[in-house]
Each structure stands twice: as structure tokens, then as C-alpha cells.
Design a protein around this ligand. Sequence first.
Ligand code: ADP
Length: 374
Amino acid sequence: MSSSVIVNVDDNAATRYHRARILTAAGFKVLDAATGSETLALVENNSPDLVLLDVHLPDVEGTEVCRRIRAMESGTSIIVVQISASAVAATQATKSLDNGADAYLAEPVDPDVLVATVRAMLRLRNAEKALSLANEKLEAVNKELEQFAFAASHDIQEPLRTITSLLQLLDQQIADRLDDRQKMFFGYVMDAATRMRNLVQAILGYSQIGRGDSPALRPVNLNSIYANVLENLRDQIMESKAVIDLKGQLPEVWGDPSQFSQLLQNLLTNAMKYSRPEEPPKIHITADREDSGLWRISVHDNGIGMETRYLDQIFVPFKRLHGPEIPGTGIGLAYCRRIVEICGGRIWAESELGRGSAFIFTLKSAAKPVAIHE
Ligand code: ADP
């Protein structure tokens, strides 16, 4: 920290000299500026750690200098501490901080307070830097893991395909020579191979969401997606005698149509799959606009429900609350969460055992332009 560079700005030569002495004695490297334009040139050429900025300057006002520093490429990581006369302190402090200053000091500034404030601000910035570095590392590790999951599940598919097709061939050739026990074992092997194939495909699908080669987000009308999903699920809806009811219309939101189709399909399939045996599934879908402008879409069912304490865990890959009597890979909800989060939304569940479940997610409206993170 002792080698941190500080730009010391004041149009009054005596004050500037006095502060420069205090800061140099505290071990900082100090660059002096008397005007706004001098300050901006120094900042541009030296990328200082901190700018100690007098509000009243002869050419450009201090708050404006601060705004221009923030607009520079490296400007957001530079700390700006503004200083002005105590007579205007309260209003000026608000104005300075609102305009992007990190801290504000009123004259006369005690030398110890000045040094302590500068040190505290630099500590804060170093902590911020360390945090963003750690985040970058975490992201890199996550990407690597995703690539690994993708490559592994992709490569496992090939030998698995060989195993299943050879098993089928073997079944055709030797089925009539097997006794009942052998037939049962053979059936187990076939089932296990099919389960494994489904799992590997689910992992492959999951690791592909949000990869660089997936399509960019765009406005999507959920009504047509919903109509297609109902069509895809027609057999399952008829078989389970499910009644699905959409209140009003679904909105237009930011995202990827094929991913939204998967999202709705997973939630509706679950709502039918985890139904109570004595009652056909009744599913309600609603869409409401939140105060924040996001759309909140819910899928309610009257099914078997879940214990409230497990509600966070079900979005983790392979987490299942029910046994093999209800088939599944345990990856459907993890998939849903990934899809929603890539679009800048959130998904959660509300439920009680035996009392149905609701899956609720938020998505950005496509009705007006919105900033979408990459
Ligand atoms: P899968 O259905 O393949 O097991 P999911 O990731 O879709 O995997 O769901 C994870 C678990 O959450 C399920 O195994 C089930 O226990 C529970 N679950 C999901 N949806 C519902 C629902 N609508 N009602 C009750 N339980 C559900």
C-alpha cells in the first residue's frame, strides 16, 4: 500500500503543498494538480490509485472532473475522495457522492484523518480487487468443469451405444435359449443400460446450456412456446387426465425459444408425474408483472408435494426426493434453473407434503429494451 499513487488536486498552492507533505510522509507517491484539466491528464497518463479532489477548481468543477474520471476505461477502479469548505459541506457532500465520489471530507481536514481515510479507502479497493480476482478464478474453474462434463458425457455415449446395440443383438439371438432366471438378469442389464443412456444424455444436455455455441438471447413469445409444449405432451396429458389451465396470456420475454420450451416441458411433466394417485393433475399457470418490471410465471399443481426443507435441494443436479417407483434422472430442475439464470431470472419452489407444489420463475420482459448480461 505504501507505494500507492495519489493525485493531489487543489488550486490553492499552499493547501496543495501542505497535503502533499502529509501524504508523502505517510509513504504515498504524490502527483500534484492545480486544475481540472491537469487532473484529467495526470489520471489518464498515470492510472493513480486515488484522487484527492478539491471541489472548487478554476476551470472544470470537481464533481464534473469526478464524472469524467469515472467515464475513463480504468476510471471505475480509481478511488475519488472529494474535499470542500465546511460551509457547504452537507449539500456538497451529497452532490459529490451522488456523482461517483467514494468519500467526502470537509475543510479543515485533520492530517491524521486525511491519512487514515486514504488508507481505509485503499484497503477497501484492495479487498474489492481480491474479490473480483477470486471471482474470475472461480468462473474459469466452473468453465473447465463444464467442459469436462460435456466432453465426458459426449465420449461415454459412443461405447454406451455399442453396448446397447450389442445387447439388443444378443437378445434376438439367444433369448429363446435362456431360462427364466437368465432372462430376468438380461432384462436388468438392458434396463440399466437404458437408464445410463438417459442419464448421459441428460448430463450432455445440461452441460450444453449456456455454452458459447448456444444461440443468443432474443425476444420470445411464450404463448406459442406453450402451445407447442402442450402439443408435445398430448399423450401424457390424455393418459394422466390432466387439466391444464392458463390464466390470461403469457408474456414476451428475453431468452432462447428452445430452452424455454424445455423449461415449460420439464415443469409440466413433473406436475403430472408427481400427482396423487386418487386425483388427476390440475395445473394452473399464471403470469404477473412484478414491481421490478420482471415477469413472474408460476406453475401450480395439486400433486403429492414435497417437504418444505428440501425445496432448495431439488434444483441441484441428480437430487431426487422420490424413489425409482417414479422414474426420472434428477436433472430436470437443475436444467430449469440454469435456463432461467442464464436469462437473468430466478426460480424457486413452494410446497408442502401432500398439498401440491408451485414452481415460480422470473424472466426479463422483452416489451422494452433491457440490459441483458452476456
Ligand atoms: P426428476 O423428475 O427426473 O427426478 P427433477 O430435477 O425434475 O428430476 O426433480 C427433482 C425432484 O424434485 C424430483 O425427483 C421430485 O422428488 C421433486 N419434484 C419435482 N417436481 C415436483 C412436483 N411438481 N411435485 C412434487 N415433487 C416434485
